[in-house]
Design a protein around this ligand. Structure first.
Ligand SMILES: Nc1ncnc2c1ncn2[C@@H]1O[C@H](COP(=O)(O)OP(=O)(O)OP(=O)(O)O)[C@@H](O)[C@H]1O
Ligand SMILES: O=C(O)[C@H](O)COP(=O)(O)O
Length: 394
C-alpha cells in the first residue's frame, strides 16, 4: 500500500484520533455481534503499547444528524473494555469542552471512545468546521475504519486534511488483501457473485471480468442471466431492464476468455417461505408459477470443483435465500467448499456472505473476511475510497 500506516510514525505521548468502524449489530441495547470491535483490537492495542492517548471515534447506525438514545456508543465502550481488559472512558459528545477535559485526563496507553459522530449533522456532510473540531482534539489521525472508507465524512475524510493522517492495521490489511487480489492475483482466480440484484453488482461484475479466470453467478441475480439465455424464470427475481446488460456481460466474458458459470439446476418453491413445497429442476424447466430460491445440487458440485481448482477466490453475495433453512444449502455448500479448499486463498467480501460464513460456523476457516460490505464492494468495483485517498502518501 502506498499510504503511510500507524507503524510509520511515532505516537508516544501523542493524542491519536483513531476512526474505527464500530457500526455493530445491537439488540436490547447490547452489542449482539462484536466482530468489528475485535477486528479493531490490533490497532487499538498497538497504540496503547506505544504509549499513545487513544481517542476512538465511530458511527453507529444512521441517526441522521440527531441524538438518538438507541444509537449511543455506551454499550460498545463497555464491550471494548471487556475485550481490552481495561476501562474505556466514554464521553457523551464527540467534541467540545467535556470531551477536551476527558482527553486532558488521559494517561499514555489510556483509551477513550467518543459519542456517535453521526449525532452531528456535519459528519455526513463532511463539514470542514466539524472536521476541524475533531482535529483540534488530537495530534495525529489514524483511519482504521475500512467499513466506512467509502464515505467522505468529517471523521473519515475531512479530518485527514488537518492532521498527519495514516492508516490503522485493519485498514492496511484490508487494502493489502483486496488490493493484491485485484492487482496481482494468484491464478486461477475465481469470483463468486451472488445476492439479490444485478443492479447492485453491475460495477463489481464489470470490473472483475477484467481480472478473473472464472466468474460464478448465483443468488437472485442469476435469474436475469438465465432469462438472457432465453429460459423462462417463472416467478424468480428478474430485472427486465438488466437483461441486455446480462447479455453484454456474457459477451464480455467470452471476449476476455473468462469462464462464466451459471446455475445448471435450481431449487424452486411455490411460495417465498420456509414451509413452501420445493423441488429441484433444470435451469430450463422452471415452472411459470414457481420461483428459484437456491442453486441445485448439480450446480453445487460444479461450483465446488471450480473452487477447489482455484488459487484465489473472492466471494460476494449468497447463492440463495440462506436466511431460510430450506434454501440455505447452496450458500452453505459454497462456504464449506471454501473451508475445505486448503490451497485456495479465500476472501469473503463482507456483508451477507460474511454473515453466512458466521452463521455456518466456518468463519475461522476463511483466509480473510472483510469488515466492509459497501466499502469492499466499491473497492472491487475499482473505485477510489475517499477515506483512503485522504491519508498521507508514503
Ligand atoms: N434466489 C433468490 N431469490 C430471492 N432472494 C435471494 C435469492 N438469493 C439470494 N437472495 C437474497 O439476497 C440477499 C442478499 O443480497 P445482497 O445483494 O444484499 O447481498 P450482499 O451483497 O452479500 O450483501 P451486502 O449488500 O450486505 O454486502 C439475501 O437476503 C438473500 O436472501
Ligand atoms: O456497515 C457499514 O457498511 C459501514 O459501517 C457503513 O455504514 P453506512 O452504510 O451507514 O455508511
Amino acid at each position: 500500500m502506498n499510504k503511510m500506516s500507524v507503524r510509520d510514525i511515532d505516537v508516544k505521548g501523542k493524542r491519536v484520533f483513531c476512526r474505527v468502524d464500530f457500526n455493530v449489530p445491537m439488540k436490547d441495547n447490547q452489542v449482539s455481534d462484536d466482530t468489528r470491535i475485535r477486528a479493531a483490537l490490533p490497532t487499538v492495542q498497538y497504540l496503547m503499547e506505544k504509549g499513545a492517548k487513544v481517542i476512538l471515534a465511530s458511527h453507529l447506525g444512521r441517526p441522521k444528524g440527531q441524538v438518538n438514545e438507541d444509537m449511543r456508543l455506551t454499550a460498545v465502550a463497555a464491550r471494548l473494555g471487556e475485550l481490552l481488559g481495561k476501562n474505556v472512558v466514554k464521553t457523551d459528545e464527540a467534541y467540545g469542552e467535556a470531551v477536551e477535559t476527558a482527553i486532558a485526563g488521559l494517561a499514555e496507553g489510556d483509551v477513550l471512545l467518543l459519542e456517535n459522530v453521526r449525532f452531528y449533522p456535519g459528519e455526513e456532510k463532511n463539514d470542514p468546521e466539524l472536521a476541524k473540531s475533531f482535529a483540534s482534539l488530537a495530534d495525529v489521525y489514524v483511519n482504521d475504519a475500512f467499513g466506512a472508507a467509502h464515505r467522505a465524512h468529517a471523521s473519515t475524510e475531512g479530518i485527514a486534511h488537518h492532521l498527519p493522517a495514516v492508516s490503522g492495521l485493519l485498514m492496511e490489511k484490508e487494502l493489502d488483501v483486496l488490493g493484491k487480489a485485484l492487482l496481482n492475483p494468484d491464478r486461477p482466480f475465481t469470483a463468486i457473485i451472488g445476492g439479490a440484484k444485478v443492479k447492485d453488482k453491475i460495477g463489481v461484475i464489470d470490473n472483475l471480468l477484467e481480472k478473473v479466470d472464472n466468474l460464478i453467478i448465483g443468488g437472485g441475480l442469476a435469474y436475469t442471466f438465465v432469462k438472457a439465455l432465453g429460459h423462462d424464470v417463472g416467478k424468480s427475481l428478474l430485472e427486465e431492464d438488466k437483461i441486455d446488460l446480462a447479455k453484454s456481460f456474457m459477451d464480455k466474458a467470452k471476449e476476455k476468455g473468462v469462464k462464466l458459470y451459471m446455475p445448471e439446476d435450481v431449487v424452486v418453491a411455490d411460495d417465498f417461505s420456509n414451509d413452501a413445497t420445493t423441488k429441484v429442476v433444470g435451469i430450463d424447466e422452471i415452472p411459470s408459477d414457481w420461483e428459484g430460491l437456491d442453486i441445485g445440487p448439480k450446480t453445487v458440485d460444479t461450483y465446488r470443483k471450480v473452487i477447489m481448482e482455484s488459487k484465489l477466490v473472492i466471494w460476494n453475495g449468497p447463492m440463495g435465500v440462506f436466511e431460510l433453512p430450506s434454501f440455505e444449502n447452496g450458500t452453505k455448500s459454497v462456504a464449506v467448499a471454501l473451508a475445505d479448499a486448503q490451497s485456495t486463498y479465500t476472501v469473503i467480501g463482507g456483508g451477507d456472505s460474511a454473515a453466512a460464513v458466521e452463521k455456518f460456523g466456518l468463519a475461522d476457516s476463511m483466509d480473510h473476511i472483510s469488515t466492509g460490505g459497501g466499502a469492499s464492494l466499491e473497492f472491487m468495483e475499482g473505485k477510489q475510497l475517499p477515506g483512503v485517498v485522504a491519508l498521507n502518501d508514503k
